[in-house]
Design a protein around this ligand. Structure first.
Ligand code: GLA
Ligand code: GLA
Length: 654
């Protein structure tokens, strides 16, 4: 386990580098990432490569024992490339070509962009293959789906469809283009989901296929770089910095080519504070390859571009870094070493302020580095693995983005309502794709498995039949994989497994219905299914609603396991009442609920379990440990209880 920083030697005078390297070493920093935006300095003119400055920077850092991850610089193509080939600029839905400036101004499917990406990757790989400081690579920076609407993307999309569907007859049939007279008699007639009359309401199959295509374009762009680096630098690892809950692309596909994934964690940004889902985001990231990960950029201090965030409290950055480790990070790099004097990110504060003098943040990072070093001996090789998994799918997510149907029916909200409910019961969970090895889980939760294939249903059935417990949610089994509705009763291919049929439904949006379970009134939101049991028993039923007295939640035996059907989404009280029954069915012992604002996670090594406790509150809290434990970090327990100060962390061995 290591700590590091994101470093931009090209932003500073060469004379400063050795001072930076010395300060880094003194703060226990042993790894840096660099060069991911330095294309104009690495190749100032076409095919005139200039690597000496980077050699020198790497030498200076390596002299202090620091290792480096090099970024391929393709997220910021230089001005000369755009001037010569304006076609590499991406187009928006109005086919308007975006201009040069900021970054990411490139179409990842454009053949010229591809050629230059391969060239700079190959030149760098050849030059740095044997530099002793270099240990690995980061592809590009924070990939997104290539949602470009240029004519060359339209051409490639048509080729992609041709390869997939073979004939126009098949495509017309699969998409139902007879609707509104959209049948195609030539491939060239197929549009991208360009801006059209009636808003953006294109054929839903075309829209979903375009999202797949745009995601695949990015995966393929990365693949070209990976192939080159693997060939020239087989001794280096390759990773990429993912963006947490960003969902424009299929992160499972992007992760496939990599040795491990990394991600960029900014918990103090207003976008994160809104839903406080940092721990869930770590779980999503860990699930990409079902293994530990790195944080390639960890928030250090005040952040923002034109407007900036509040200052993280003393100790909060250290706590966020430990929280990352708790949930599976093996290495944490802080963004960035020093606040830049110029450019868009002048106010994105680093470990050092603009003045370059080590102050409180430096000391906080230094302390975290010392602690990491101390704990490495026991934690190296430990992993996070839970008994419950929530299934995740980018395609389901896209389908809901394209047709949200009602307020609140979005993918992460559904995931979050289960995740938070389980956490509040003291149960940590994984978030994984259905293609992962799910056999070791006891409980599998499906938030709205909207696009359901027979193969998906078979996998889920096998899990239940072999003794697992499954929770199925509303809007499951509605459509096939090309976004066309199934002709069978809901929940489609999972109906037999759930032992239930959805007879009718009410998209509630912001309205509220009531459900009765064990004589208790519970609140139900977002969606209401009226259920007809076909073998399942009724656990809860509707009250004060259009479905008065009809089943709302059911439970069905399936082989050695069970399938629950939740015909709605609820609030905390709803899940507090129902999830303990599900957990009991799955043979999962009830965890110890922790106080509000206390995040927790377990890392396991050689059957030894380490409980991480993070106090996200500003105030101190007293926490009951689930068993007698000894601290690896943090205060000693008294009567199996520990008191953590605001933003403090404890690691306990069980
Ligand atoms: C209008 C149109 C119909 C249909 C409905 C529902 O009435 O004439 O074709 O589109 O709206 O949108
Ligand atoms: C992202 C990028 C970095 C930087 C930070 C701060 O995570 O990867 O290059 O821009 O955001 O904005």
């Amino acid at each position: 386990m290591k700590i590091g920083v994101d470093y931009y030697p090209e932003h500073w005078d060469e004379e400063r580098w050795s001072e930076d390297a010395k300060l880094m070493r003194e703060a226990n920093i042993s790894v840096i990432r660099l060069a991911e935006f330095a294309w104009s300095k690495l190749e100032p003119e076409e095919e005139r490569y200039q690597f000496e400055w980077l050699d020198k920077a790497l030498d200076t850092l390596h002299a202090e024992g620091i290792h480096a991850i090099l970024g391929t610089p393709t997220a910021a193509p230089p001005a000369w490339l755009h001037e010569r080939y304006p076609d590499i600029l991406p187009a928006d839905t109005h086919k308007y070509r975006l201009g040069f400036g900021t970054r990411l101004q490139r179409c990842l499917g454009n053949p010229i962009m591809r050629r230059y990406s391969r060239r700079i990757t190959e030149a760098m790989a050849r030059h740095f293959a044997s530099h002793p400081a270099v240990i690995g690579w980061q592809t590009d920076n924070e990939f997104e789906a290539n949602l470009c609407y240029c004519d060359s993307c339209a051409e490639r999309f048509r080729e992609w469809l041709k390869a997939k569907y073979g004939t126009l007859e098949e495509l017309n049939r699969a998409w139902g283009t007879i609707f509104w007279s959209q049948e195609y008699s030539g491939w060239s007639q197929i549009p991208l989901p360009w801006h059209v009359r009636c808003g953006e309401s294109h054929n839903p199959s075309l829209k979903l296929e375009y999202r797949r295509f745009a995601s695949e374009t990015t995966v393929d762009f990365q693949h070209e770089q990976v192939e080159i680096i693997r060939k020239i630098c087989p001794h280096h690892f390759i990773t990429h910095n993912f963006m947490g809950l960003h969902d424009s692309m299929d992160y499972y596909e992007l992760g496939r080519d990599l040795d491990f994934i990394s991600w960029d964690n900014y918990p103090g940004g207003s976008w994160m504070q809104a839903d406080n889902s940092v721990d869930m985001t770590h779980a999503v990231m860990r699930g990409i390859k079902q293994s530990n990960f790195w944080v390639m950029e960890e928030q250090t201090h005040i952040i923002g571009w034109e407007k900036i965030s509040r200052r993280p409290a003393d100790g909060q950055s250290r706590m966020w870094a430990w929280q990352a480790v708790a949930h599976g990070a093996d290495t944490v790099l802080f963004f960035r070493w020093r606040s830049c004097l110029y450019g868009t990110e002048q106010y994105w504060h680093g470990v050092l302020n603009h003045d370059g003098i080590p102050r409180r943040r430096y000391k906080e990072i230094q302390k975290f580095g010392e602690e990491m070093e101390k704990l490495s001996a026991i934690l190296d090789g430990s992993t996070v693995r839970n008994e419950v998994a929530i299934l995740n799918s980018y395609e389901q997510n896209w389908a809901f983005q394209l047709q949200p149907q009602t307020d609140g029916l979005d993918w992460w909200s559904q995931t979050r309502c289960y995740y938070n409910a389980l956490k509040s019961l003291g149960i940590a969970c994984d978030i994984t794709p259905l293609t992962a090895d799910i056999t070791s889980y006891k409980l599998l939760i499906l938030p709205a498995w909207y696009l359901l294939t027979r193969e998906d249903a078979e996998r889920i059935d096998a899990f239940a039949t072999n003794g697992g417990v499954v929770v199925i949610s509303p809007r499951t089994g509605v459509k096939n994989h090309v976004n066309v509705c199934h002709e069978r009763p809901l929940p489609g291919y999972l109906g037999e497994i759930a032992g239930v049929e959805v007879d009718d439904y009410d998209p509630l949006g912001k309205a509220k219905y009531t459900v009765i379970a064990d004589g208790k009134e519970l609140s139900a939101f977002t969606w209401a299914d009226a259920l007809t049991p076909k073998g399942a028993e009724t656990i809860a039923f509707w009250k004060h609603s259009q479905f008065e007295g009809e089943p709302a939640v059911t439970r069905n035996r399936r082989g050695n396991g069970l399938a629950w059907y939740f015909g709605t989404f609820g609030d905390d009280a709803f899940y507090d009442a129902l999830l303990p029954k599900v957990l009991a069915d799955a043979g999962i012992s009830h965890g110890t609920p922790f106080p509000s604002g206390v995040d927790f996670s377990w890392r396991v090594k050689d059957d030894v379990r380490y409980l991480f406790l993070m106090n996200l509150n500003a105030e101190e809290v007293t926490i009951s440990l689930p068993m007698p434990m000894t601290p690896a970090l943090g205060p000693y327990p008294v009567d199996d209880r520990v008191t953590l100060k605001g933003y403090d962390v404890g690691v306990y061995r069980g």
